[in-house]
Structures are given as C-alpha cells and as structure tokens.
Design a protein around this ligand. Structure first.
Ligand code: ADP
Ligand code: MG
Length: 890
C-alpha cells in the first residue's frame, strides 16, 4: 500500500504512533537504527577535487605553456622545456589551491543554514535538527516551513504547498487529509507533504513516512541545488576583459615573433628563441589571474561578513552589497529586539499595567475580564513552548511568532499554561494569522459548548464587535463606548506600543470556521505589547545616512505605533505612508512618492515588492528584509534580499543574505564589508593590469632598437608565475579604508575600470618601462655583458611589483598617511617574492635554469632605487587623480 492510500488511522497504526503524543525515545532510537539519519546524498555543487585539478589545464594560458614546452623539447631545448613545464605546473598548483579554497569557503557557508523542525515527541513539542527526523515523527508545520521528510497529513488548515522543487509546478497546490487510492502521480498526492517542498500557507500536522533517500526527492537522487551561482556581473565583466586582452596580446605576440625574425640580433634570431620569447610575453601579459582573484576576494569577503553575523548565500550578493543605496527594513525584530512583552491591558472597566498583569490569576475572582482575555490570547495562538526539563518560565524555549509568544509568556506568569489550556479546551478549527488578514481565530470546545476565540489588529476586531465583556457579562457596545475605547487605544499607540484586540463569540454546533464567522464578536480587551528598540539602531542609522544610504522602515503595525518608533530611532524626517494609501496608487505615483517616505505602515507583504520596484525604477540598489512566506517575492525582487535568521525557511532560501542576529546594524555592517570587497577587487585589478604590459613594451623595444632581447623566456615566466603568484590574493585580506562609509553608494552602472584607473595603468606601464629600458641600454652599453644586463632587467621586473603593491593598498590616501605594512598575508606574500627573487639571482641551480648572474650590492642598490621610483610614480598618479580631486576614490 502506498503512503497516500488508506486512512490516517491505518497509517498511524502501521507506524505505531499516537498523533497526539508522538514517538517515544525508544521508538526513535529503533527507527533510526532501521532508517538511518535523514540526509540526502547531495550532488556536489562544485566540481570535485580531481576535476578541479584537471580543469586548471583548460585555460588558454596553460595550453600555450604546455604546447610551448613541448615544442621547445622537440627542438632540443631541454633546459627551456623544464623551466616552462615546471612553471606551468607551479601555476596549476596555485590555481588549484586558490580555487578549492574558495569553493570550500562557499560550501561551508552554504552548510551553515541548518533546519530545525518542530515535532511532537513523548507528548511534548520539541525542536529537532532536520537530520534527526525518523518515520513516525509528528511534524508541526506552519506557513513557511520547509518540509524535511515525506509525510502524510494528519491535520490541515488552509494548507497549500509549493512543490516546484520536486514537480516543477510553480503554483502552490492545496493539501488536505482525504484518502487517495490507486496510482497517483507525485504531483497529485494532495494528502502528502514532500521533502524539499515548502508549506506555502496554513498550518498542518503530518506524520513522517519516509526519510533520507527513501523520500521522493531522495529517489530522484539529485537534490535540486539551492543556490545556483551564476557568474556575477563583475565576473562577467572581467571574463570579457580577460578575453579581449588575451586576443590583443596574442596578436602582439605574433607581432613580436615576426619583428624578431626580421630585425633581432643574429644570435637571437632563431625560430625557437623568438617563439619562446613571444610565448613568454603572451604568458606575462594575459591577465589570467583576474577571474580567479575575483572569486577568491568574494569568498574571503563573505567570511569577513560572516564574522559580522550575517551569512551571504550567493557570490553575486557579496559583490552587490557594497552598492546598496536603499535599505527597506522590517521594524519588528530588526529595528526592535523582537522580544515582545505584554505591558498593558485595557478592559471595559480597568487599565492594567505590567505589574497588574503579572499578578493576574485565574484562581482569584478579581480582574475576571483580564483573565479571560489572557485565556483567549493563549488559545487563539499558534506559538508553543519547548518546556525542556526546567521549571523556570524564563528558561523555556518559546517557538512561534513574537506576538504569540508574548501572550503565552504573560499567561505562564499568571499560572495559565498553554498545554493545560489546550488540553482542557481542545481546538476544533482555525483561521490562521496572515499579515493580510491581521487576525487569527480558533474554535474551541469549552465544556459542552463551543467558542470562537479571536485576536488581531484592534481596528479589525472593533469593526466587527457588537458587544463588550464587562465584569463577566456581555453588554451591547454603544457608539459612545466605541469612541472611548478608541481614545484609550490612541493613548497607547502614541507611545509606540503594538495593540492586539481580543474577542470571542459563542457558537453552537459548529465544527468548522471560515471568515464569514468573524462577526458579532464580544470585545474583551485590548492588549498592548512593547518591543524594546535595539540599542545600536540609532547610531547605525546615522552611519547609514552618512554613507548615503536611504532607510525606509516597513511594518504591518499601525501608523501611529510606527510613527512613535520612527521618532524614537530618528526616522521621522520623511513622510509616513500607510498600506491603504499605497493600494490606490499607480506605480508611477508610487515612484514619485517613495524618495520622500521613511515609514511604510500597515503594509501587506504584497506591497513590499511594489516598494522595491519603485525604488529600483529610480536606479536605486535595494536591500529588503523579510521573514515570512509572503515576503519571498520581495526578497527575490530586491537586489539584496535579506532574510531574518529567525524567519521562515522559505525566506532564508530565497534570500541572498541571512541576518544571523536579525539586527539592523548587521545589514549596515555587511554593506560596509561589501564596500571593502569592491575596493579590494579594484585594487587587485589595478595591480594585475599595471604589471601586465611591462614586458611587452620592453621586449619589443629591445628588438626594434637592435639590442639583444631584453629578457629570456624562462626569466619572464619566473617573474609572472612565481613572483607575482601570491601578493594579489593577499590584497583580499585588506581592511577597507575608514572613510568607505562616508562615500555615496556606487552606481549600478559604474564601470570597474574607470577612466582614472585606466590612466593609472597606462601611465604606470609606460613610465616604468621607459626607466627600465634606459637602465637596460645603459647597462648593456657600459658593461657589454648581456647576461648581467638581463639579470638587471629581470630583477627590475620582479622588484617592481613587490614595491608598488604597498602603494596600491589605499587609493584614498598617500602612502605615508596609512600603515602600509599591517596586512600580514601581504607581508608573507611579498616576503616569499623577495626570497624567490634573491634565490633566482644567487642560487646556482636557478642561475643555471634562468641564466642569471649574481649582482653586486651596488647593483642591488640601483634596483632598490628603481623599485622605490615606482612607488613614487604610483603615489604621484594617485595624488593627481584621486587624492587631489577628492571626487573619486577606489
Ligand atoms: P509586522 O510586520 O510589524 O510584524 P504584522 O503584519 O505581523 O506586522 O502584524 C500586523 C498587525 O496584526 C499587528 O499590528 C497586530 O495588531 C496584528 N498581529 C500581529 N501578529 C499577530 C498574531 N500572531 N495574532 C494576531 N494578531 C497579530
Ligand atoms: Mg509579524
């Protein structure tokens, strides 16, 4: 029999589980023994290690090198062949190490999101890791939960699931508890919930029937990748640049070969020598490192962001973060702590404060209305308690919506435990809370009769209340009384408190609920909740403003509540908008309005996406926070979708970034890191490209000028593949300039390599080459020793980068305005470079391969001066283009 066939009772019996108790510890252990842990064999998101190693050989650079090595060998140039192949191999290793490090880092990040599942075990609701689920476990699910195993639905309310991950169907399918029979396709098994899919709406209780590879998705074996990492815009930009530069350089190399064969010194003018020279120049100039450096910087940047409590899920987000110009943030939990507590209560006859509420007790006669209100608040409530073993109310783990938890918490203080109440007044039906509906209702069996309990936004409740509870009696709600209630409520809203109306309705012979039942209610009380502001929000808002980032607070709360909070944190400069207003506006009107709005109140989740689009159409880069299922479209639509760590699984899966601590400050901190990342990318590109053309000019110059070729192939390879291997990566560890958060956000359309950078690259290449060429001519003319002269040029190439990299570390300040030596990775990389350079000149083995000769101290001195001159050069260009102008910083 299939899992969807037969009655629920049969299924439960088969699994030996009582749906109101769940499995016992013993059963769990036994089932785990049989079925194993609930894990899927995940298809690798990245290429495996071996494949990654071999993929290094696929690059154009490698192919050129290997072919060149083989040709040299075939022509009997074994020394050259060895050098070429060894450097090629070295390059493969470095490429491999870098790429696998980056991949590991990304993998680790993607594994950081673990899913906790609420289940019923031994009569208690407990949160367990999704990998701990076993068949027979009773899942308690609410809208937004990710389904972690295949399960048969036992109870369902307004339940629908999005099964696109499994069936490809993107519309949610509705789910129920009815029996099915015969052969039913997976997509039509409407009484089942499947692993890998998501509960889109409603609530459900379901019994696990299959875990791990036994689930439908497990059978397909290939788990749909959660994060598809397409190339980011910058990666694409750089790939394109690499490619066009590559083609250009190949032409230049062919040119060098042709010129060499025609004009070079007779001694140099052999096929093999000119061929190797042309190849080496190509190798030197092709900026192969660009693409991988970018990935490494992004991956390392993501680690830095993680240190600041936010998890970036996609490479592209790490790149976009720095350009965010608008943050649309939730209020609850992000601006505030999200630890809602009941602080006041209004009943018809009383106004209770916090202490009064703490001293409520169902045992005493006093405050009967308030006690009833609490009771309703606890029953019409989808939160739950994971009681653990402790007796200490404060230490229990509360699960669910913050509003719900606040009421359960207040109840627990008054000695009204949700378990006991749920037991004595069992729930028969529910209308779940949605942000659109703004209330929730539940039907309970109270003694012989049934009652509908309801809590929600006060104006909704008040609008459909006809009566009011006064001292335990139901009285007509007069217009005068209505007005008085409103005034009392306003006083609380003005203080930034969140209000919940509480009401009931006695119904007879009813087992079902729908929205039409919500009418003729008896109002019992208005509960006021407060959610303290996060202490650092005010400061962070200032930082964000200073950084040119616009902040808009979005909340489902009442306009007045929102305004009061806005005032407290300093968000009161803009207009306040309410959702109803938004409803009547066209997209154009909204676009004209959004720049002036700082608070959107009483907003439905559907409005969020319109707000995002409105900002985007103004050219803004928008970060939008969200936690619910309904937030998913907005999270997807925003440039950076930010899910709260406490939010639903769906929100986290859709988002680009997850705030582990929910805090607003974390968003701003991440943006700051994002700006650093972008700055580091620019620095690396500048560094790599400035070095790129050095050899091209010098070598062409020496041939055309009738000199021996200025550098030998082996030397060029050594410089490019050994000397320059590490420093660029070390730049990824640079901390950003302090001033990064005083810039305006970068424009979406901004080019990575702008005019200033181009000029810097060209000027640097030309001037450095002229100096080095002069040195070359002078040394050759005075000594006539070509080996010595080439060694000088060789050291010149090598030393160059080891100096000016310190200059490139900040493009905002002159080198003496910052400490150029405070990046230990860079010091290590440069140290390694020095070691290799000195070894290349003074170690006999390397002298043999590289045809170098030892230099005297005086000659080293000259080369040091040359290195320093490069720093001066870069500093001068920096000063002209960046520091002096103040207008542009990298
Ligand atoms: P927010 O985005 O600020 O969390 P919501 O859309 O969740 O806003 O809530 C809107 C209004 O609905 C609240 O002001 C409150 O009056 C009411 N409300 C919120 N949560 C609940 C709940 N769990 N049960 C009943 N009413 C609620
Ligand atoms: Mg909410």
């Amino acid at each position: 029999m299939q899992n969807y066939e037969g009655s629920i009772a049969q299924k439960l019996k088969e699994l030996q589980v009582d749906d109101s108790v769940g499995l016992s510890a013993k059963q769990i252990a036994k089932n785990r023994e049989v079925c194993g842990r609930n894990i899927l064999i995940k298809t690798k998101t990245h290429t495996g290690k071996t494949a990654l190693f071999f993929s290094q050989f696929k690059s154009a650079l490698m192919i050129i090198l290997i072919v060149a090595g083989l040709i040299s060998g075939a022509l009997g140039e074994y020394v050259d062949m060895t050098v070429i192949l060894v450097t090629a191999f070295f390059n493969v290793i470095i490429g491999y190490v870098q790429e696998s490090k980056a991949n590991d880092a990304l993998d680790k990040l993607s594994k950081m999101i673990t899913y906790k599942v609420l289940v019923l075990r031994d009569g208690k609701r407990v949160l367990v890791e999704s990998t701990d689920l076993v068949p027979g476990d009773m899942l308690i699910l609410e809208a937004g939960s990710k389904i972690q195993a295949d399960a048969r639905i036992v109870e369902a309310v307004e339940c629908s699931a999005n099964e696109s991950a499994l069936t490809g169907e993107s519309e949610p399918v509705s789910k129920h508890t009815k029996e099915l029979s015969g052969t039913v396709a997976v997509g039509d098994r409407s009484n089942m919930l499947h692993s890998g899919t998501v509960l889109q709406s409603g609530t459900a209780k379901a019994v696990v029937v299959a875990t791990g590879s036994e689930t439908e998705i497990g059978k397909i074996a290939t788990l749909v990748k959660d994060t598809t990492d397409d190339d980011t815009p910058l990666q694409q930009q750089l790939a394109k640049l690499s490619k066009s530069l590559g083609i250009l350089i190949v032409f230049i190399s062919i040119g060098i070969f042709a010129i060499g064969m025609l004009f070079a010194e007779p001694g140099d003018r052999t096929f093999v020598h000119m061929f190797e020279t042309a190849v080496s120049v190509a190798v030197a100039a092709i900026p192969e490192g660009l693409a991988i450096s970018l990935t490494v910087i992004l991956a390392i940047g993501m680690r830095f962001i993680l240190k600041r409590r936010s998890l970036v899920r996609k490479l592209v987000a790490a790149e976009t973060l720095g350009s965010v110009s608008v943050i649309c943030t939730d209020k609850t939990g992000t601006i505030t702590e999200g630890k809602m507590r009941v602080t006041h209560m209004l009943t018809a006859e009383e106004t209770l404060d916090k202490t009064d509420i703490e001293h409520l007790s169902p045992k005493r006669k006093a405050h009967a209305d308030a006690v009833l209100a609490l009771r309703i608040g606890i029953l019409a409530n989808d939160g739950s308690i994971d009681q653990k073993s402790s007796d200490d109310i404060a230490r229990w783990e509360y699960v669910g919506d913050t509003t719900d938890i606040a009421l359960i918490y207040a109840g627990a203080h008054a000695g009204m435990n949700k378990f006991t109440l749920d037991d004595s007044s069992p729930r028969l039906a529910t209308i779940p809370f949605t942000s659109k509906r703004k209330y929730m209702a539940s039907l309970h069996q109270v003694g012989q009769a049934n009652s509908m309990y309801i809590k929600g936004a006060p104006e909704r409740i008040l609008a459909v209340s006809t009566h009011v509870e006064i001292g335990g009696e139901r009285k007509k709600l007069t217009d005068a009384a209505r007005k008085e209630w409103q005034e009392r409520m306003d006083r609380l809203t003005d203080r930034g408190l969140r209000l919940i109306g509480i009401a009931y309705k006695d119904v007879k012979n009813k087992g079902q609920l729908d929205e039409s039942d919500v009418g003729s209610l008896t109002l019992v009380a208005i509960v006021a909740l407060s959610d303290p502001l996060r202490s650092d929000v005010k400061e962070t808002l200032k930082v964000a403003r200073h950084a040119g980032i616009k902040i808009a607070m979005i909340t489902g709360d009442h306009v007045k509540t929102a305004a009061a909070i806005g005032k407290q944190v300093g968000l009161s400069d803009g207009k306040i908008f309410d959702g109803a207003q938004l409803e009547h506006m066209t997209d154009e009107e909204l676009r004209a309005a959004v720049p002036h709005v700082s608070i959107f109140a009483r907003v439905d989740p559907v409005h969020k996406i319109r707000i995002v689009r409105a900002f985007q159409s103004l050219g803004e880069v928008v970060a939008m926070t969200g936690d619910g299922v309904n937030d998913a479209p907005a999270l997807k639509g925003a440039d950076i979708g930010v899910a709260l760590g406490s939010g639903t699984d769906v929100a986290k899966e859709t988002a680009d970034m997850v705030l582990l601590d929910d805090g607003f400050s974390t968003i701003v901190a991440s943006i700051e890191e994002g700006r650093t990342i972008y700055q580091n990318i620019k620095k690396v590109v500048l560094y790599l490209l400035s070095g790129s053309f050095a050899e091209v000019i010098l070598i062409t110059g020496s041939i055309v000028g009738g000199f021996p070729v200025a550098a030998l192939p082996a030397q060029i390879l050594w410089i490019n593949l050994v000397e320059d291997a590490f420093p660029n990566i070390a730049l990824a560890f640079d901390k950003g300039d302090k001033e990064n958060m005083s810039d305006k956000p970068r424009k979406k359309s901004e080019k990575l390599i702008d005019k200033e950078m181009k000029t810097m690259i060209i000027l640097k290449s030309i001037v450095a080459n002229i100096i080095l060429f002069a040195l070359f001519v002078w040394f050759y003319k005075t000594t006539g020793d070509i080996d010595k002269t080439r060694t000088i040029v060789f050291v010149g190439f090598g030393i160059d980068a080891l100096f000016y990299i310190f200059s490139i570390r900040s493009l905002r300040h002159m080198i003496w305005q910052y400490n150029p030596f405070n990046n230990k990775y860079l010091l290590l990389a440069v140290g390694f470079g020095w070691l290799m350079l000195i070894a290349a000149v003074h170690a006999p083995v390397l002298q043999f391969f590289l045809k170098t000769v030892p230099l005297t101290l005086g000659e080293w001195g000259i080369m040091l001066a040359f290195g320093l001159s490069n720093v001066i050069l870069i500093e001068a260009v920096k000063w002209v283009f960046l520091v002096r102008n103040h207008k542009k910083v990298i």
